[in-house]
Ligand binder design. Structure first.
Ligand SMILES: [Zn+2]
Length: 82
């Protein structure tokens, strides 16, 4: 019984680490190749990491406040133009 509980704990830790790595990978990918576009004023920007983490996730994008027009909008990440 104790061994099973320990295994569950180890599996939980592995899942947690995998989830963190996945999240980190998503953020790195975003900052390297993507940006957010405000649907109201068209402003392109990369939000600070803290703002990204604390903002509400919605489908593919974020519900986040635009620094230019101050409007809280749903923004989808767009590919950077090279
Ligand atoms: Zn805006």
């Amino acid at each position: 019984m104790e061994i099973i509980q320990r295994n569950i704990l180890i599996i939980a830790v592995i899942i947690l680490i995998a989830a963190l790595l996945w999240a980190a990978y998503q953020y790195i990918k975003f900052y390297r190749t993507e940006h957010l576009v405000c649907p109201k004023c068209g402003y392109c920007w990369k939000p600070p990491v803290l703002k990204m983490i604390l903002s509400v996730n919605a489908v593919e994008g974020k519900i986040i406040r635009c620094p230019k027009c101050g409007s809280k909008e749903y923004m989808e990440p767009e590919k950077d133009v090279k």
